[in-house]
Design a protein around this ligand. Structure first.
Ligand SMILES: Nc1ncnc2c1ncn2[C@@H]1O[C@H](COP(=O)(O)OP(=O)(O)OP(=O)(O)O)[C@@H](O)[C@H]1O
Ligand SMILES: O=P(O)(O)OC[C@H]1O[C@H](OP(=O)(O)OP(=O)(O)O)[C@H](O)[C@@H]1O
Ligand SMILES: [Mg+2]
Length: 283
């Protein structure tokens, strides 16, 4: 079978998480900082390390079969690719922001104003959709300093914690899009068995991340109440303990649900609660 090629970011915000995801999928490969291509020894896959801006086009043109890239970059490059799997990392927003002392109060006030950004395509679409005529100033980085330098009245850039905006005297003005890392492929090639196999592995890693293996002890008389509190569990394993009248419940539950139920579980008599990470969940 033909070796698959996956394009991931060479360095930057998505590099580490992309490499970690592929390793968690059981793929063995060297990850030298200087190498631009790496072969996976236990799966027919080659990894191309690229600038993220180039990834959507490489996938569209078939240079790479699949790629991991932010949704914002896909939107900016205007390519036609298939979304194969949302990956849950690289989460951020693309926002308009203005200086903290700006008098602009709604997006229509941007008419006639200058806005600096590295994402002119997304911004132009937003302005067209909202009938705003503004002057888009394309700059390739450090966008947040543009208003302070007198280059623009506002900026449009990635915001995550908001720390960069704050330290540059800016405040959020309007949200334009949310983004996260996505596994993309070429339209029409989604059924390639190697791609399907990789998606399955990725899904099993993602499912495991959100879910925990929980073991707790409970007196038999409280067993039913405790089981009824465990969210989404049809039939947990119940194991006898050496101590007469006590059992251990073993179950797998979404971590978020678990934290919501912890106090009521305790009140219902659950003791010695142990929460463990899960590596993979294969359905
Ligand atoms: N602060 C952040 N928090 C979360 N995700 C982010 C953040 N900044 C960027 N991202 C996401 O990570 C992607 C890569 O960001 P990065 O800053 O590494 O890009 P870059 O400088 O354009 O990299 P490259 O050198 O590959 O062109 C962005 O396109 C976005 O999807
Ligand atoms: O809201 P925050 O958490 O502060 O994150 C936002 C910042 O993160 C990104 O830059 P990054 O730090 O990746 O550096 P870069 O501009 O060199 O890509 C982005 O371009 C913003 O400047
Ligand atoms: Mg880039």
């Amino acid at each position: 079978m033909k070796t698959l090629k996956i394009a991931i970011q060479k360095s930057g915000r998505l590099n580490e998480k992309s490499v970690e995801l592929l390793k968690n999928c059981g793929l063995s490969f060297e990850n030298y900082k200087s190498s631009l291509i790496s072969s996976v020894s236990n799966f027919p896959l080659e990894i191309l390390f690229l600038r993220d801006d180039d990834i959507p086009e490489y996938v569209q043109d078939g240079i790479a079969d699949i790629g991991i890239v932010g949704e914002n970059v896909i939107a900016e490059t205007k390519v036609e690719v298939a979304y194969l799997q949302r990956l849950g990392f690289g989460k951020c927003k693309l926002k308009l922001a203005v200086p903290v002392n700006s008098t602009l109060s709604n997006i229509q006030d941007l008419n006639g104003k200058a806005v600096a950004t590295s994402y002119p395509v997304i911004l132009e679409k937003f302005f067209n959709d909202n009938n705003i005529k503004a002057d888009i100033k394309m700059i390739s980085g450090s966008v947040e300093i543009a208003p302070g330098l007198g280059l623009s009245d506002a900026i449009f850039d990635i915001v995550s914690t908001g720390g960069t905006l704050k330290s540059n005297g800016l405040k959020p003005f309007a949200d334009v899009m949310s983004s996260e890392a996505i596994l993309i492929g070429r339209n029409g090639e989604e059924e390639n068995p190697l791609i399907q196999e990789l998606i399955q592995r990725i899904q099993s890693v993602l499912r495991a991340k959100e879910t925990k293996y929980v073991v707790l002890n409970v007196e038999k008389k409280n067993l039913e109440t405790v089981i009824s509190l465990l969210p989404g569990v049809k039939s947990p394993s119940v194991v006898s303990l050496a101590e007469e009248g006590w059992v251990a419940i073993h179950t797998v539950i979404p971590e978020q649900d678990f934290w919501e139920k912890i106090n009521s579980l305790r009140a219902a008599g659950a003791q010695g609660i142990v929460v463990m990470p899960i590596e993979k969940i294969i359905l």
